[in-house]
Write a protein of this length. Structure first.
Length: 96
């Protein structure tokens, strides 16, 4: 997938997460809270897939701790920034 497309989809996912965080409470009377939680979870999973696309084939080979990948998917930062942080953390870990 083209880098620009990955970043544009990620920007939309970030906007969705921010909107859910901002307006989720107001939406609860109209929607089942479980649906809101599931939607939030699905958007975070989308960002996890985008993170894998951004990191490329090395995503599988970096042996990055699962917690770090989950955290990067949940953070409200662009996915390319998250990928850089993970790469830097992996490089620090391999230097030790």
């Amino acid at each position: 997938m083209h880098e620009t497309a990955i970043l544009q989809i990620d920007q939309a996912a970030l906007a969705m997460i921010q909107a859910l965080d901002t307006y989720g409470e107001e939406m609860k009377p109209f929607l089942d809270p479980e649906h809101l939680e599931m939607l939030h979870s699905q958007v975070v999973n989308l960002r996890r897939v985008l993170l894998g696309l951004e990191m490329g084939i090395l995503y599988q080979d970096w042996q990055v701790p699962e917690e770090l990948l989950q955290q990067a998917s949940r953070e409200l930062i662009p996915i390319n920034t998250a990928a850089t942080r993970i790469r830097d953390a992996a490089n620090r870990g391999s230097d030790e």
